[in-house]
Design a protein around this ligand. Structure first.
Ligand code: GDP
Length: 195
């Protein structure tokens, strides 16, 4: 795998905070606790870059990571935290929606889903947002080491069905326990984003 020079740039909640940049951005969205921080740490080969949360739903900021001054990885706050109040949910969806509608540099929004579970209504809504922007859908199914090979196959089929993925879309199984997952992620980036 290539060594990536990753730099945490900043955290923000609204467009005035976003970094001034012309780099293409790839953003990650998903339910709280889906494994997003763990995945980001794994692909960047860092232990504690993105915060792996003991208390889900706590980090409601957008975090920007500059990769080799070529690509920006953007960590959106996790949604769907069950214990969040109505007001907290609204604030969270405003933060996410503002980024998705305002950020011209965004080239691909990647949806993370837990490979063990059926995608939720929130996940489906996020997928609708991705599809309505045109282009392909890219989905990362996390924590695949927690399933047997057979269970994983069945669950991947369920994800394809629930999120209505089609031939041109990409579904990447991901586990922090293997190096292969991170390699596949970077292959996708080089094939589709930085080609
Ligand atoms: P986030 O809220 O989406 O950022 O999720 P975290 O990265 O904090 O992960 C939530 C929990 O899932 C943590 O306890 C992680 O250790 C665990 N986790 C995340 N990814 C994996 C994985 O690939 N395999 C396993 N076994 N556990 C994982």
């Amino acid at each position: 795998m290539n060594i990536h020079n990753a730099r945490f740039l900043l955290s923000g909640v609204k467009k005035e905070h976003y970094p001034v940049s012309t780099m293409p951005e790839v953003a990650f969205a998903g339910r709280s606790n889906v494994g997003k921080s763990s995945m980001i740490n794994k692909i960047l080969n860092r232990k504690n870059f993105a915060r792996v949360s003991a208390t889900p739903g706590k980090t409601a900021t957008i975090n920007f990571y500059d990769i080799d001054k070529k690509l920006m990885l953007v960590d959106l706050p996790g949604y769907g935290y069950a214990a969040a109040s109505k007001g907290e949910r609204k604030a969270l969806s405003d933060i996410i929606n503002e980024y998705l509608t305002e950020r011209k540099q965004l080239v691909q929004l990647i949806l993370l889903v837990d490979s063990r579970h059926k995608p939720t209504e929130d996940d489906r809504r996020m997928m609708d947002t991705i599809k309505s922007a045109g282009g392909m859908a890219v989905v990362i199914a996390t924590k695949t080491d927690k399933l047997s090979k057979r269970e994983l196959e069945e669950n991947l089929d369920r994800i394809i069905e629930t999120l209505n993925l089609s031939d041109g879309d990409i579904l990447l199984p991901f586990s922090t326990k293997t190096a292969e997952s991170a390699e596949n992620f970077w292959d996708y980036i080089y094939d589709y984003i930085l080609f």
